[in-house]
Design a protein around this ligand. Sequence first.
Ligand code: FAD
Length: 397
Amino acid sequence: MEKYDVIIIGAGAAGLFCAAQAGQRGLRVLLLDNGKKPGRKILMSGGGRCNFTNLYTEPAAYLSHNPHFCKSALARYTQWDFIALVNQYGIAYHEKTLGQLFCDDSAQQIVDLLMAECEKGQVTLRLRSEVLSVSRDDAGYAVQLNGAEVRAGKLVIASGGLSMPGLGASPFGYRLAEQFGLRVYPTRAALVPFTLHKPLLEQLQTLSGVSLPATIEAANGKRFKEAMLFTHRGLSGPSVLQISSYWQPGEFVTIDLSPERDLDAFINEERQARPNQSLKNTLAKPLPKRLVEVLQLLGIVPEVTLKQLNAKQQRELTETLHGWRVQPNGTEGYRTAEVTLGGVDTTQLSSKTMEARDIPGLYFIGEVVDVTGWLGGYNFQWAWSSAWACAQALNAD
Ligand code: FAD
């Protein structure tokens, strides 16, 4: 039977980084993953360019039942620390928008960096290794693999969330937490497109592919201003993905379709200059033409010229365009979600070490923990920060 100082389950962002750090601290580390390749989500991320961190990382960009939990790890291993590592490997990157850093070339460079760091730490990586069960006794943890048992004094769970089951996602980490008596908050798909009810979806069908800047507000008042995209299933784009983390089934969201321009003032100005211009052509200046055409078919944009538009019509129109209330039918679910909300209750973990308070030697890092970031590199930063904090605390028994 093989024995290690630490076994880490999950060779995603958090597991790879934790393994590398622990290995470089002199520990014998075994890193297990059920997939054929390490870091599969990293390779998919950021459209293949991996949005590996965010310049503006701060605890306020994370959702958790315990919003203070992420503070310590994020403060001890910051975005600047990971950027320094990326610089050390000569990986070129750029800020796309809102502090989001992407590789210029390929997400593969981040996986290569992590693998090189693991090599420095002499980490043993075992792929295609589905963990079947885990048990604990006085000597530590025994992990059952297909036909083999491996043991270690410390066990780190870095098995991620439920999004993208096709990439190896499994509820393993949650089940293991429950096995050891830890509470797991209910999980749900987040950073995910909305689906719409049939009548509205059919009315908006021709808009598939149209995108525009929009501010979207959830029922709890949280709002994001970024691009929104109409799809053949409903609504997507960064502002929709962001607000999906704050949306509860049955609730409405309020969408400002022209967040940068006051349409009431704009119509008044245009009326002065071009009173005979149709309202449709007027609105097609600040808004996508196809959207205005559909809004006319729906009766939201009256078929009138500017001088024919009366005050009541104008008020109703601009109120709708600046505050379109939509009740999503649901979300596209884990199939397309970037992350999973909920997870292992942080009140049972040390925010300094990620160790379960009442179960010595058992640690949880990355997405399996009830800490979920906004879109924009925040989730990888949580993976790096929580992995680093954990690795500093690991030692050989
Ligand atoms: P994961 O990276 O999911 O790794 C968990 C690993 O554990 C997986 O390899 C899985 O196969 C393995 N595993 C699970 N169960 C078992 C088991 N029983 N036995 C063995 N192994 C197991 N975040 C950003 O910050 N920036 C982005 O650009 C970004 N883009 C994304 C794009 C997509 C399409 C998706 C799906 C997510 C994206 N995210 C992004 C989110 C980010 O990928 C995750 O938050 C992050 O990967 C979480 O890291 P993790 O190590 O906790 O889990």
